[in-house]
Design a protein around this ligand. Structure first.
Ligand SMILES: [Zn+2]
Length: 534
């Protein structure tokens, strides 16, 4: 018998647009491309890539993304309705949207009369005309339009008739989805229910929800909107977003699936399989934003399934459902019992398998790895995404010394008078050969990397295609000011492999150097151990 199809809720992820507006974060172009690929793997229907026309980086994104083929998701661009009192063809922002060559555009327009008269300084009729003209212009160019009714909930409360006229206008000119936005995040969940239901009764077009978290209700309001009839949900990974953020998809997705029986992801894998990637995706986005992960975040936080109290642990050992609302495994998280290392050992065994290493449960390697990782994490390491660093710990704990080279010395110097000059120097020993190389660079880490590459390529030409695709430095203990410990995280890629290393030091260049050296060494070690059977 065929399994019953679950009802489907369409997801639009706006981590790269609304999420990029989070105070204190800045995505590089590569960050945006990497996150896009992870969201595509997860299988959200739409990825809002940015607001071209508001900044050059977003224009670059839409150019670069054309070269990346996505399996599941569709990229959409975001923009506003045309400016007042001009024709759409003269509106540079609308024309920039056309240049992105995406098939679907998200257009936001004002649904609150207060914003129309006091912020846009125009008439209520002109605002309707701006919505009409903009949607028609994009549709005339063959595009689908999702209409974000900005401030819809405040508009509904302040001038119900006008708010409804706005969404009816968008419907009349053919918006594919009409999204009700709680832009100021001040709406109560009970009001979300009545307003969504009241609006749905007026429209035939599918409606969506976009909630901000200023009252701590973004997730609750999103879920209530789904219960009240929306079938399109917008949110961000980790709830990133302007001010207090948007609805956190790391909470919305598992709740919609595991508790409300709905399907939200579009790929060929079952939902329950895909949601196991959620905790890893959450950590990945934190790493790229340089924000510390929130350990208390529901579902994906480090403490979400950590049990400390004696009574709790005693009960948990008898029955895991005693103090857990779902199995942490379902969202790729893990149970932590503070007195027991059982979960830790199982985690190590699991990780070993990923590297093709079969370990006996009793093997002392498991303890060695576990102790090493625990002690590193206590110092401030984040191991989850640094797969190469973890693999190297395994190999070391198994007694393998496979480093194909030793860096005997490295030195960088930066001079600044009328201009700036940075040089790097390394002495590398490969077998009996000692190589001494120097290079200049745009900064100390670049100079060091250039010198190191120069030396290594002499003996290991296969490293020629290795690229550094991401480099991040995060302060671990900001209390020490400029003497703080920092964590370097570097992602590498070549034709066949992508890997990442991490290192910690109170010296920013040393942390970077260690992660760099490990990254190059790892690529060579992988070739060495290809035919190993452990
Ligand atoms: Zn928003």
């Amino acid at each position: 018998m065929k399994a019953k199809e679950l009802d489907y809720i369409e997801i639009l992820d706006t981590t790269l647009r609304d999420g990029a507006q989070t105070y204190g974060i800045s995505f590089s172009l590569q960050d945006k491309l990497s996150i896009t690929q992870r969201l595509d793997e997860l299988g959200v229907r739409y990825i809002e890539g940015g607001w071209p026309g508001s900044n050059p980086k977003d224009i670059e994104f839409f150019k670069a993304i054309k070269d990346i083929s996505l399996k599941n998701s569709e990229i959409v661009a975001f923009g506003s309705t045309r400016k007042k009192e001009i024709t759409p063809s003269k509106d540079s922002m609308l024309n920039t949207l056309l240049e992105t060559e995406v098939k679907t555009i998200v257009i936001f327009g004002k649904a609150w009369d207060l914003h129309v008269t006091e912020v846009l300084h125009t008439t209520l009729d002109e605002n309707l005309k701006m919505i009409e003209d903009s949607i028609e212009y994009l549709k005339d160019h063959g595009l689908d339009v999702i209409f974000d009714a900005e401030h819809f909930f405040d508009g509904f409360k302040g001038n119900y008739e006008y708010a409804i006229r706005v969404v009816k206008k968008a419907e009349e000119v053919g918006a594919k989805v009409i999204v009700l936005c709680d832009t100021n995040g001040g709406t109560l969940t009970s009001n979300t229910q009545s307003i969504v239901k009241g609006t749905k009764a007026e429209l035939k077009t599918p409606i969506g929800i976009h909630c901000h978290n200023d009252s701590g209700l973004a997730v609750a309001n999103t879920l209530m909107a789904v219960l009240s009839g929306v079938n399109h949900v917008q949110g961000t990974i980790n709830g990133l977003g302007e001010r207090c953020g948007n609805a956190d998809l790391c909470q919305v997705l598992p709740t919609l699936h595991f508790k409300m029986g709905l399907r939200t992801l579009i790929n060929d894998k079952p939902m329950s399989e895909q949601l196991k990637n959620l905790s890893a995706l959450s950590k990945y986005v934190y790493e790229l934003t340089n924000l510390p992960p929130n350990p208390y975040q529901p579902y994906v936080g480090k403490n979400a399934f950590a049990h400390k109290g004696g009574v709790h642990i005693d009960a948990m050992l008898k029955q895991s459902r005693a103090y857990e609302h779902i199995d942490p495994f379902l969202v790729g998280n893990r149970r932590e019992l503070s007195i027991s290392e059982l979960s830790g050992r199982a985690g190590v065994m699991n990780m070993a398998l990923k590297f093709g290493i079969k370990l006996d449960k009793q093997s002392d390697v498991v303890d060695k790895v576990l102790n090493e990782i625990k002690s590193m994490e206590a110092q401030g390491y984040h191991m989850e995404d640094a797969n190469a660093t973890v693999h190297l710990i395994f190999l070391k704990s198994m007694g393998y010394d496979l480093y194909p080279f030793q860096v005997q010395l490295w030195r960088v110097s930066t001079m600044k008078n009328s201009s700036k000059f940075t040089s790097g120097e390394v002495i590398v020993k490969v077998g009996d050969e000692v190589l001494h190389e120097a290079s200049i660079g745009v900064g100390p880490v670049h100079a060091l990397d250039q010198a190191l590459r120069k030396a290594l390529l002499k003996c290991f030409p296969q490293l020629k295609n290795v690229n550094l695709i991401n480099y991040k430095v995060t302060v671990v203990d900001s209390a020490s000011g400029t003497a703080s410990t920092v964590r370097a995280f570097i992602e590498f890629k070549d034709d066949s492999l992508q890997w990442a290393t991490t290192a910690l030091s109170d010296n920013i260049i040393e942390a970077s150097a260690m992660a760099l050296i490990d990254g190059y060494a790892y690529r060579l070690i992988i070739d060495k151990i290809k035919n190993f059977s452990y």
